[in-house]
Design a protein around this ligand. Structure first.
Ligand code: PLP
Length: 409
C-alpha cells in the first residue's frame, strides 16, 4: 500500500485525561513520583511512560511528536522551540569536532550561516555542493564526512533533492542523510525514502497560522533517545524545548494540513501557469520545464500537488521591491518573510531570508537579485488574485515584452 501521511494522522487515537477528544494539556515543569526508585529509574531511561521534567519530555509535546512521527513514518520524533533548534540539535547530535558535512549550497539562510560560520567553532568543515549534481555530491565526501544535509525542496531556489539516490550514497559511505522537509510536508516523506532524520520548521506549513515558531526532529527511536539523553543529548542539554500550550495548538492544526497542502499546491500551480503564460521567468517544480520536476514526481506522495512555493525573476532588486509594495497595497498578500501561511507572503530572498548567503554565492547558485519568492496562500479565488498581480505588473510597466524561457534550475 502507498505511504499516506494523512491516513497515518487520521488513524491516531489520542485522548485526553477524561476521554476528551483532544489530548489534555500538561502545563507542569515537573512530575511527582510515588516511589523514589522510579525517579532514579526514569533518569536512567528505564521507567517507560514516566515523565521527570518538561525540558526532557512533556506529555503535550509527546502527543505532537507522536503525530509527527506517524506523519513521517518514523519510530519517534522530538519537538523544539523553533525550526533552527531542530536543525542545529540534529546536526550537533551527529557530528563531532573535526568532522565534515556535505550540504546543499541552497538552503535556508539561517541554516547556511550555522553550517558556514557557527560550526567553525567546533572545527567542523562543510562543503557546499549543487545537491542536484550527484557526481559533485559524492566527490565531496571525505573519510571524515558524517552526513549529507539537504532540503527536499531547497529554499529559495526550489531545487529538488533526489532523496532515494542520496540515501543510497549515504549508506554506501556509512554516513547519515538529514533532510529539512519544511517546504514539502505531506508531499514528500523523506524518511520513508531512506533519509535517516527529517527536520522541520513547524512554524511554516505544518502549523500554518503564523502565530508561533516551532520545530521537529523525526527519526529512529535510538536517535531521538540519544537527543534527549540526560548525559549527552543535545536537545536535553541545550534545552530548546517547545512550549506545551503551543504543541497543543500545532497538533490541532496538523489535522488539517493535508487539506491545506492541496489548496496551496492548487493555487501555486495556477499562478505558475499564468506567470508562464504572460512570459515571466518562473520557478515552480510543478512545471514540466523545471529541472527537478521528474525527480519530484518520482518521490512525491499522491494527491498533495507540487507545493505552495513559487519564484519569479524580476531581474533587479528595485523591480522586485516596487512589485512587492504594490502587490501588498492591492491585497495580493503581505510583504513578509516566512511561508506556509493562509495569506500569500512574498519577499526577495537575496535581501532577506538568504541575506546570510554572500552575494557571490547567491549568484553562483543562480539566485537573481530580483527574485520574488511567493508562498501562495489558501485563496478561494486564485483567479482574482492573479488579476490583481497582473494589474500591478501592467501599472508598473513590468509586463514582459516577449515570451521568455522559464528559468530551469
Ligand atoms: N528551514 C527552512 C527551509 C526555513 O525556511 C526556515 C525559516 O524560514 C527554517 C528552517 C527555520 O525555521 P524557524 O524560523 O522556525 O527557526
Amino acid at each position: 500500500m502507498k505511504f499516506n501521511p494523512a491516513n497515518n494522522i487520521q488513524d491516531l487515537q489520542q485522548f485526553g485525561e477524561f476521554g476528551d477528544v483532544n489530548p489534555s494539556i500538561t502545563d507542569s515543569a515537573t512530575y511527582t513520583f510515588m516511589q523514589a526508585k522510579t525517579m532514579s529509574e526514569t533518569f536512567k531511561g528505564e521507567a517507560a511512560g514516566c515523565f521527570l521534567y518538561s525540558r526532557h519530555w512533556n506529555p503535550s509535546n509527546k502527543y505532537l511528536a507522536d503525530a509527527l512521527a506517524a506523519m513521517e513514518g518514523t519510530e519517534a520524533a522530538w519537538v523544539t522551540g523553533s525550526g533552527m533548534a531542530a536543525i542545529t540539535c540534529a546536526i550537533l547530535q551527529i557530528v563531532n569536532t573535526g568532522d565534515h558535512i556535505v550540504s546543499s549550497c541552497t538552503t535556508y539562510g539561517g541554516t547556511f550561516a550555522f553550517l558556514k560560520n557557527y560550526l567553525l567553532k567546533f572545527k567542523i568543515d562543510v562543503s557546499f555542493v549543487d545537491i542536484t549534481n550527484l557526481k559533485e555530491v559524492e566527490a565531496a565526501i571525505r573519510p571524515n564526512t558524517k552526513m549529507i544535509y539537504t532540503e527536499t525542496m531547497t529554499n529559495p531556489m526550489l531545487q529538488i533533492s533526489d532523496i532515494p539516490t542520496l540515501s543510497a550514497m549515504c549508506k554506501k559511505h556509512d554516513i547519515k542523510l538529514v533532510v529539512d522537509n519544511t517546504f514539502t510536508p505531506m508531499i514528500v516523506s523523506p524518511c520513508s525514502l531512506g533519509a535517516d532524520v527529517t527536520v522541520y520548521s513547524l512554524t511554516k506549513f505544518v502549523n500554518g497560522k503564523n502565530d508561533c515558531v516551532a520545530g521537529a526532529i523525526c527519526g529512529s527511536n535510538d536517535f531521538i533517545n540519544s537527543l534527549c539523553d540526560v548525559n549527552a543529548g543535545t536537545a536535553m542539554l541545550l534545552g530548546p524545548v517547545l512550549e506545551p500550550m503551543r504543541s497543543t495548538n500545532i497538533l490541532k492544526n496538523l489535522h488539517t494540513l493535508h487539506i491545506r497542502m492541496k489548496q496551496h499546491s492548487y493555487n501555486a500551480m495556477y499562478l505558475a501557469m499564468k506567470f508562464k503564460e504572460i512570459g515571466l521567468k518562473v520557478i515552480y517544480p510543478g512545471l514540466q520545464e523545471h529541472k527537478g520536476h521528474v525527480t519530484l514526481k518520482k518521490i512525491m506522495n499522491e494527491k498533495y500537488g507540487f507545493g505552495g512555493m513559487i519564484g519569479i525573476d524580476m531581474i533587479t532588486a528595485e523591480n522586485s521591491n516596487r512589485l512587492m509594495e504594490m502587490m501588498e497595497k492591492e491585497g495580493v498578500g503581505y510583504l513578509a518573510v516566512s511561508l506556509g501561511y493562509f495569506k500569500t507572503l512574498f519577499s526577495n530572498p537575496g535581501k532577506s531570508t538568504s541575506s546570510e548567503v554572500p552575494e557571490e554565492v547567491q549568484r553562483e547558485m543562480g539566485m537573481s537579485e530580483g527574485l520574488v519568492r511567493f508562498s501562495v496562500g489558501l485563496d478561494d479565488d486564485i483567479e482574482r488574485t492573479f488579476e490583481k498581480i497582473l494589474y500591478c505588473l501592467q501599472t508598473l510597466g513590468m509586463m514582459p515584452k516577449k515570451k521568455q524561457v522559464e528559468v530551469v534550475l
